[in-house]
Design a protein. Structure first.
Length: 245
């Protein structure tokens, strides 16, 4: 698509499918070398193979701090550094507060919230060493308002929003910009957890009257990590077709 990211190295968590895969493809098309990390080895390896040069897959559990250390080391060795981190890995387990199960909440916390925190902790070092760069955390419109039946998920996505703003303040002196992207109803496997009625309600409530595409989110990420966004940090970019207006 462009050469805006030529010479840059990006790491995308949860990059094997859905929004993550779309982000991987877009950053690669814009010239970046891309490390695809995920627990879905077969899909991640297939994506890397389809892209060819400047792409590699790394098996990676974002909830495991030791795995972050090993993955960052492997990526920087393979590509010579790191300039861009996209914390995209996430899971969604719906459930009303009255029916909440601690095990489900903990799973969502560990992937959606702790995974982002560990990513920023371990990713900021090599990005600082590269002279600066960009971190994008994928939150949700569920990180901007409430949704019935999703308290555990909503809690993690609000946390990502807050952590992003804190990291933007802490990392600004090192020329690292940190922003969050807030997808609305996007056509990915995550929607399988919703009933068809809930999905249709989401579409009906969207002023643009369509479900979003993973590529819509990828375009937002590509903008935030690129040179046209060099004065943007601590911001929230909502990509939802106008749903929360």
């Amino acid at each position: 698509m462009s050469d805006k990211l030529t010479g840059k190295v990006a790491l995308v968590t949860g990059g094997a499918r859905g929004i993550g895969a779309a982000i991987v493809r877009r950053l690669h098309a814009d010239g970046a070398a891309v490390a695809i990390t995920d627990v879905l080895a077969e899909q991640g390896q297939a994506l890397a193979a389809s892209l060819g040069d400047r792409a590699a897959f790394f098996l990676h559990d974002v909830t495991d701090e030791a795995a972050w250390t090993d993955t960052i080391t492997a990526v920087t060795r393979a590509f010579g550094g790191l300039h861009i981190l996209v914390n995209n890995a996430g899971i969604f387990i719906p459930g009303a507060i009255a029916d909440a199960r601690a095990i489900d909440n903990e799973r969502q916390f560990r992937v959606n919230q702790l995974g982002v925190l560990l990513g920023m902790k371990h990713g900021q070092g090599p990005i600082r060493a590269a002279g600066g760069g960009s971190i994008v955390n994928i939150s949700s419109i569920a990180g901007q308002l409430g949704f019935p039946g999703t308290a555990g998920y909503v809690g993690t996505k609000w946390a990502v929003r807050g952590m992003t703003k804190t990291a933007a303040l802490e990392l600004a002196p090192f020329r690292i910009r940190v922003n969050s992207v807030h997808p609305g109803f996007i056509d990915t496997p995550m929607l399988d957890a919703l009933t068809p009625e809930a999905t249709q309600s989401g579409i009906d409530g969207t002023p643009l009257k369509r479900i979003g595409k993973p590529e819509d989110i990828a375009a937002a990420v590509a903008f935030l990590v690129g040179p046209d966004a060099e004065f943007i940090t601590g911001s929230e970019l909502t990509v939802d077709g106008g749903w929360i207006l």
